[in-house]
Design a protein around this ligand. Structure first.
Ligand code: PLP
Length: 465
């Protein structure tokens, strides 16, 4: 069997393309290498990887990517590369950056409507997953301490991000998943039925990762408030698009702190906030909830220890670049970026719909998921797109694929190239019925693989030298 017929060998080839091309270091070199040699290596690797994301072949991944914006962020990063907010006395600038990032994000997400007794507060975290983990753990501890619930539960639609499952496992919180309706929105009846005495928090997404669909947040927040439980809105993807989409007149239902039942939100600055990778914001209604997130140790021989997130030391430089990105874009920059992304999203959605045999799932704005008729293998279509350079996200239940539109796709000709490649990829599948190449079989069987097998195979492949 050649590598191209063996999907696991093909996966390995794709994940570890440098095995024979660049030197590898399983141990420290005896003598340090010259800096010039190392920078040459690092730059060669970066250059090799740049064209795909820079030319707009990736779903999500790099959300801005304009060279001048990147040079600006890199300059800010370099100025603060040694800073660490754990040492607030040495780097009070980072405390300032983070407080202002949180405040700007809270205002953008309806924080001005909160009552003075329960202002919108928050912290900067390392990414969407950490923001979600932090909120879920705060809710768990609040439920245990204040409501006496032994094993607090999370209620979330099946489409809520995997980070909620991760939180459930890490923190021993049963996760009750509820279904979605025909438009891929949370099924409200199922959600209401799932809320019990054990529920700590219900979750809605604005929008969901798989299908880019905004859950009915006003109704979810109302159910939560009526039943006396908390409501987290995951706006990791939409937090920095939807406020501007609303101003631009797109159909965006209320999804943020303007809704009294919404008690926390996650919004990723490192996605459509256009900051460098490694930052997100988690927001809470009121100081009390945020305090459940904090960790403090008073009687440790190492002295008084307080940390707001999971990490101890943290990269202050990332908060500096995040702050800089937000200031440099401003409301007008974000609005303009959202306009371009939403217009491109509409063109891609309409273009996909026009390809016979493909069907867009639900009514998305800029994360466009689509599936295929039964006689057309959507994963082989995805594989054919990969061979044309595209890095799309394969989905399951139902089998589908999505592209998250970023500023990279708004450059002239990129959306057209996507649609032309997609048409060709579909034609190729039709011309070769039953043929499955590359990773297509893996996408198809992923849902049926036991999780320990996935952990073992992929973990080994990714992390061995
Ligand atoms: C809706 C949603 N929530 C959470 C996350 C997790 O974010 P991160 O990958 O930054 O941890 C993502 C990532 O795409 C997302 O789309």
């Amino acid at each position: 069997m050649s590598d191209h017929d063996d999907p696991m060998a093909e996966l390995r080839r794709q994940l570890r393309p440098y095995e024979d091309k660049f030197p590898s270091f399983a141990g420290l070199p005896q003598e340090g290498l010259p800096r010039s040699e190392i920078t040459a290596l690092v730059e060669a690797l970066a250059e090799a990887e740049k064209p795909r994301w820079s030319d707009g072949f990736a779903s999500g991944a790099v959300y801005h990517g304009d060279p001048e914006h990147l040079a600006f962020l890199n300059r800010v990063y370099a100025a603060h590369s040694q800073s660490n907010p754990l040492h607030a006395d040495l780097w009070p600038s980072v405390t300032k950056f983070e407080a202002e990032i949180v405040s700007m994000t809270a205002r953008m997400l309806g924080g001005g409507h909160a009552s003075p007794e329960a202002p919108i507060v928050g912290t900067v975290s390392s990414g969407g997953t950490e923001s979600i983990l932090l909120a879920m753990r705060a809710y768990r501890d609040h439920a245990i301490e204040r409501r006496g619930i032994a094993r607090p539960q999370i209620v979330a639609p099946v489409t809520a991000h995997a980070a909620f499952d991760k939180a459930a496992r890490f923190f021993g919180m049963p996760l009750v998943r509820v279904g979605v309706d025909g438009g891929y929105r949370a099924d409200l009846t199922a959600l209401a039925d799932a809320v019990t005495e054990q529920t700590a928090v219900v979750v809605g997404s604005a929008p969901t990762f798989p299908h880019g669909i905004i859950d009915p947040i006003p109704q979810i927040a109302e159910i939560a408030a009526e039943r006396g439980v908390f409501c987290h809105v995951d706006a990791c993807l939409g937090g920095f698009i939807l406020p501007w989409a609303e101003r631009l007149g797109y159909p965006v239902p209320p999804f943020d702190f303007r809704l009294p039942g919404v008690t926390s939100m996650s919004a990723d600055t490192h996605k459509y906030g256009y900051a460098a990778k490694g930052s997100s914001v988690v927001l809470y209604r009121g100081n009390e909830l945020r305090q459940f997130q904090y960790y403090a140790l008073a009687d440790w021989p190492g002295g008084l220890y307080l940390s707001p997130t999971f990490a101890g030391s943290r990269p202050g430089a990332l908060s500096a670049t995040c702050w800089a990105a937000m200031l440099s874009l401003g409301e007008s920059g974000y609005t303009d970026a959202a306009r371009r992304i939403l217009e491109t999203g509409a063109r891609v959605r309409d273009g996909v719909t026009a390809i016979p045999g493909l069907r867009v799932l639900g009514e998305p704005l800029w994360v466009i998921a689509f599936t295929a008729d039964d006689d057309l293998d959507i994963f082989q279509v995805t594989e054919n797109m990969s061979r044309r350079g595209w890095s799309l996200n394969g989905l399951q239940r139902p089998p589908a694929v999505h592209i998250a539109i970023t500023l990279r796709h708004t450059a002239p000709g990129v959306a057209e190239r996507f649609l032309a490649d997609l048409r060709e990829s579909v034609d190729e599948v039709r011309a070769n019925p039953g043929v499955r190449t590359g990773l297509a079989p893996i996408y198809g069987m992923a849902a049926s693989l036991p999780e320990d097998v996935v952990r073992g195979l992929l973990g080994d492949m990714l992390f061995e030298v």
